[in-house]
Ligand binder design. Structure first.
Ligand SMILES: Nc1ncnc2c1ncn2[C@@H]1O[C@H](COP(=O)(O)OP(=O)(O)OP(=O)(O)O)[C@@H](O)[C@H]1O
Length: 668
């Protein structure tokens, strides 16, 4: 079995890591492969800065997820010294914090942040008012608009990239988008992309850039490969005012669909004058056999990553490849392995199960539940995006921003016998009263007079508790409890009620309703992370690959690595999407320390997909990543049971019978 990773020096870092931690250059990019210690290095760098005298609050760590931010904070924090924590947060959360703490500089005071679901409501409202766009649905328009903004392309270019075959009337689309933007302005909404766009726009002013940059000695960015051009537009103007320390792996870039351009990391040196590029090449996580399979996968790519991971830990067991007939068989085998390991004394926390999508994990989750195996799912529904939570938040949102039409409509239509028309009329009355100078409370008193009294009284009570956000959440949940218990009576209401208690707890330390909602919209927490109550904290992790960055476990099961899923049939025909799919599988394979089991269901036919329409259309043949896998790299087991041949029919049945296939015409 592999030995422990060897580190030189007393700080647990190897030479390349130490050089990366102690670098004296103003700007640095640590370009490194999976498991080579990027997180270790970023944490050591922050400690190094603090040891060198930097105040923790003059350091900023930007991460891709709330979990990664929490991990950095906890690993940096020296329990012996109660120093103030280093700010570590997601890019969006930080941009919003800048906007909120300096309204004189950024403006947008009193505007509300809306998420994808609200954006869709606003867009549907626009399309419903006669701006129909043939060829694109509301969600697709929102998607392509976001892609254009994150990649800083024109909408026409984004359409050409995302919907090359759609026949769209550009003028009609342009009008719909303008109407959508006007609607957002009118309602004082900032969507997810606006938060970054406001920052990027204001930072173009050199005085603003100097002022913001002046707050930090160093900004560290994790997962730099997933940074998109809009985020670069925030980084660029700050380069002359603070130091940047970026860490990334081009082979782990899996957010191209959101506009990230993994190749931009290669031009870091040119984009950031004076930048030093440092490399980490020794993998401390996995055994060489696991890395051999991961290296092979990257080598099959037409892109040149120039990466070849070496295992400090040396040799171990070969990765396994298991083929099953159905996803249920696959799930059954995985759970069987977990139970066997448990019998052998291994804790549940030995295991990580990686799935491609929330949906594809269902069969495995069902088996885990059936076998009473404690697990936490990473990925899935974001707590603040689930319907019942949104219902309760709508009551808080109308207090935080009385002009919030989407929230008003959601709240009012929860009231029994109130439909869209009555709700819209009540909302218009709130707006009219406010335009006449009425306070929010008086506006509600008039506009909601014809609706049940509990609504007005409940909203007044929430407003009174607004400074104590958990209390405000509790009051909103209590006000809506009867209607929600009825609405979700057949949809697991008890579990939903428990979620609401979690939301109340999350709100406890937040200063205002706006701060609370924005923080959790911009850096989401997954419902399952909070609600799972694993025994003794010992549990299996099931994670989508996109939520698995930074994770590692002794055993990793990569499930559903079947033809049609890796790459997904959707991405066939587009080389960029295809290569992104390869990187998704690469992230999955590189999570295992000792045992990697790749499982799949066997395809009965080669994967062929019809791609595109018009002249460019055609069938794309099998592009399964493991189609050409050399035998030597894995130990393969085929679990498909041989089917017993069907017995021959009894002699009387074997005579071909003619069947009446004509349709009954009835009265015709
Ligand atoms: N110098 C070292 N000596 C011993 N172990 C190390 C060293 N550096 C890193 N490790 C260990 O290697 C593993 C991977 O490190 P880390 O998670 O920091 O890598 P990473 O580059 O961020 O990985 P990924 O990008 O794949 O998530 C961890 O278990 C870490 O503790």
């Amino acid at each position: 079995m592999a030995g422990a990773g060897t580190s030189e020096g007393g700080d647990g870092l190897n030479q390349a890591q130490r050089a990366a931690v102690e670098t004296g250059a103003s700007h640095n990019l640590v370009l490194a492969g999976a498991g080579t210690g990027k997180t270790t290095t970023i944490v050591a760098r922050i400690r190094h800065l603090i040891k060198g005298g930097a105040a923790p609050d003059r350091i900023l760590a930007l991460t891709f997820t709330r979990r990664a931010a929490a991990e950095i904070r906890s690993r940096v924090q020296d329990p012996a010294r109660a120093s103030s924590p280093v700010p570590a947060m997601t890019f969006h959360a930080w941009a919003m914090r800048e906007v909120r703490t300096s309204p004189d500089v950024f403006g947008y005071d009193g505007w509300s942040v809306i998420d994808a679901d609200d954006q869709l409501q606003v867009m549907r409202g626009v399309l419903g008012r006669g701006k129909r766009v043939e060829g694109l649905k509301a969600a697709q328009i929102i998607g392509v608009l976001s892609f254009a903004r994150n990649t800083r392309r024109t909408l026409a270019d984004a359409i050409a990239a995302k919907h090359p075959d759609a026949e769209i009337d550009a003028k009609v689309l342009g009008e719909a988008v303008r109407a959508y933007e006007a609607r957002k302005r009118e309602r004082r909404y900032l969507d997810y992309d606006d938060v970054l766009a406001v920052c990027a726009a204001r930072l173009k002013d050199p005085a603003v850039a100097a002022w913001v940059g002046g707050h930090y000695d160093e900004i560290l960015i994790d997962e730099m490969q997933d940074t998109n051009p809009l985020q670069w537009a925030i980084i660029d103007p700050l380069v002359t005012h603070t130091r940047f320390y970026c860490v990334g792996d081009d082979a782990q870039s899996i957010y191209g669909f959101r506009g990230a351009d993994f190749a931009s990391i290669h031009s870091f040196g040119e984009r950031v004058p004076g930048a030093r590029v440092l490399r980490l090449e020794d993998n401390y996580r996995s055994t060489q056999e696991i890395l051999d399979l991961s290296n092979w996968l990257l080598e099959q790519s037409p892109l040149h990553y120039g990466k070849h991971l070496r295992a400090v830990r040396g040799s171990g067991a070969k990765p396994e490849l298991h083929s099953f007939e159905t996803p249920q068989d696959e799930a059954g085998w995985i759970t069987g392995e977990l139970l066997r390991a448990r019998d052998d004394g291994l804790p549940w926390s030995t295991h990580l199960i990686l799935v491609r999508t929330n949906y594809s994990g269902r069969a495995i989750e069902a088996r885990l539940v059936e076998n009473d195996i404690p697990y936490v799912f990473f990925g899935g529904t974001k707590l603040l995006e689930s319907r019942h939570v949104r219902d309760v938040l709508s009551a808080l949102r109308v207090i935080a921003n009385p002009d919030d039409e989407v929230a008003w409509m959601r709240l009012l239509t929860l009231v029994p016998r109130v439909g869209d028309v009555t709700a819209a009329r009540a909302f218009d009355a709130v707006l009219a009263a406010r335009a006449d100078g009425a306070s929010a409370r008086d506006a509600r008193a008039g506009a909601l007079a014809a609706l049940p009294g509990w609504l007005r009284a409940g909203l007044d009570a929430i407003e009174e508790a607004a400074g104590q956000v958990d209390d405000a959440v509790g009051r909103a949940a209590a006000m809506l409890q009867p209607v929600l218990a009825h609405k979700y009576r057949n949809e697991n209401w008890d579990a939903r009620a428990r979620d609401l208690a979690h939301v109340e707890r999350l709100a406890a330390t937040r200063g205002s309703i706006t701060e609370f909602i924005e923080e959790f919209l911009l850096s989401p927490v997954f419902a399952s992370e909070l609600t799972a109550e694993p025994k003794d904290g010992d549990h299996v992790i099931v994670s989508t690959v996109h939520s698995a960055k930074g994770l590692e476990r002794d055993w990793a099961f990569c499930a559903g690595v079947s033809a049609g899923a890796y790459p997904s049939a959707r991405s066939l025909g587009d080389v960029n999407e295809l290569e992104e799919e390869r990187r998704v599988l690469y992230v999955a394979l590189t999570r295992a320390r000792d045992r990697l089991a790749v499982t799949r269901t066997v395809a009965h036919t080669p994967v062929r997909a019809w791609v595109g329409t018009g002249a460019s259309a055609g069938f794309v043949e099998d592009a399964y990543f493991l189609g050409t896998l050399p035998e030597l790299l894995v130990r393969e087991t085929v679990h498909v049971p041989g089917r017993a041949p069907r017995p021959a029919p009894p002699p009387g049945l074997a005579v071909p019978a003619e069947v009446d296939l004509s349709v009954d015409l009835g009265e015709l």
